[in-house]
Ligand binder design. Structure first.
Ligand code: AMP
Length: 249
């Protein structure tokens, strides 16, 4: 059984993101980039299923500029067997990503398709759902537990106020949530070994996919600065400030 895992290269989660002066986009010049954290969880889950003998091959896929290769090498070092890089410098919206992943899935015929629940740059939370719709495949989003049973996969989902377990027929699309697992640290020998694993290059045109943007970003802005808080000396002072300064009571 084969698993396809989609990994996106995004601004590292430790970086304080800055908006470009003209408000057109986020500034990613000279900024540390990493694998989207939810995609690390997706790779980890696939690797654990392989280690448990439940699946036989893991293919990591990344779409984007030349440097996505680094992200794919990380996935290979974590345990993926081979990688596919759909190389394009164009800005990809979730619909274009979903269409490209669908085309890759049609070539590769995986039984499991793992994606992150959201990419932490655009926070779209759309791609897995769109991919499932395009493939006409069942989806288990926000997964916190994944179990393979006979011809189906049980996905426990994080939902408001609890969990829900769904049984999906294969092939199925799964998007990973934070509590699914804790991704491993990649060890140096694995990083070296990953350099020799196969990495295939494709272009969107090879997959016959139209990646034209459908959306127009009007403006990107920083969140409003919050004023620093103050400490009050007594309840009486707090009440006085709420009444006369904040005017909320
Ligand atoms: P989004 O819908 O943009 O929040 O992204 C959800 C998930 O789709 C990510 O966690 C990735 O697994 C996958 N994905 C989105 N964009 C890309 C990309 N350019 N390359 C590979 N996977 C992607």
């Amino acid at each position: 059984m084969k698993a396809l895992v989609a990994v996106k290269r995004v601004v590292d989660y430790n970086v304080k993101v800055r908006v470009k002066a003209d408000g057109s986009d986020v500034d990613i010049g000279n900024v540390k980039m990493s694998m989207n954290p939810f995609d690390e969880i997706a790779v980890e889950e696939a690797v654990r299923l392989k280690e448990a003998g439940k699946i036989s091959e893991i293919v990591a896929v990344s779409l984007g500029g030349k440097k996505c290769e680094e992200t794919l090498r990380t996935a290979l070092a974590m345990g993926a067997d081979r990688a596919i890089h759909v190389e394009t410098e164009a800005k990809l919206e979730p619909l274009a990503v979903a269409k490209l992943l669908k085309a890759v899935a049609e070539k590769e015929a995986p039984q499991l398709l793992f994606l992150g629940k959201q990419a932490i740059d655009d926070d779209a939370n759309q791609t897995a759902q769109m991919l499932a719709a395009l493939l006409n495949a069942p989806q288990g989003t926000f997964a916190c537990k994944v179990e393979l049973a006979d011809g189906e996969v049980l996905v426990t989902r994080e939902i408001d106020g609890g969990e829900e377990t769904v049984a999906l027929k294969l092939p199925a699309v799964i998007s990973t949530d934070l509590r699914l697992n804790e991704p491993r640290f990649v060890k140096l020998p694995n990083i070296m070994a990953a350099k020799k694993k196969p990495l295939e290059k494709l272009a969107p045109a090879d997959l016959n996919v139209d990646i034209q943007p459908r959306l127009n970003v009007v403006k990107v802005a920083e969140p409003k600065q919050r004023q620093a808080g103050i400490k009050v000396g007594s309840v009486a002072e707090l009440v006085e400030k709420l009444k006369n300064e904040a005017k909320v009571i």
